[in-house]
Design a protein around this ligand. Sequence first.
Ligand code: AMP
Length: 170
Amino acid sequence: MNLKDYIRSIEDFPKPGILFRDITPLMMNADAFAYVVDTFADHYGGSNISTVMAIEARGFLLAAPLAYRIRKPLVLARKEGKLPAESYRTEYSLEYGTNVVEVHRDSVRAGDNVLIVDDVLATGGTLAAAIQLVEQAGANVEGLALLMELTALEGREHLAGYEVFTLMQY
Ligand code: AMP
């Protein structure tokens, strides 16, 4: 299956200079979506992952069916102010300004082996922040699973020492 057939690329969205990789056509093709979830499940099925962490928002779409397939708890890393209970918090820089990601304190525990899931690895800033959340909790980052990687942005360089698994490279 050529997954790139199901990715729509849109220039200058959401702002000038960004080539946006739209995964909605992939989500709308049942076989392509199943192939993605099955490939992740095959890759992580035999590992010692204890927890699947989904990054808001498109990471939720991939992490939820994967957690179901490998029968592991699903936890949500959300944008600021969305979570109701006591949370860990990490602030990180964007091209302009900053962003905050949070996770409930009772959803990640010391000793957990966490797989972090998102749709796109661009600069790696979002994943680096999610890694900090996990490590603040005393848990271990077991792997990083992404649908695609934008190699020109060299996100992997921010993530040295972590296992990064991506299904497409642009
Ligand atoms: P970064 O923190 O730079 O690695 O950016 C990753 C986050 O931004 C992911 O959650 C993506 O959903 C989103 N993102 C960044 N660049 C793109 C892009 N070109 N197309 C689609 N989503 C993107």
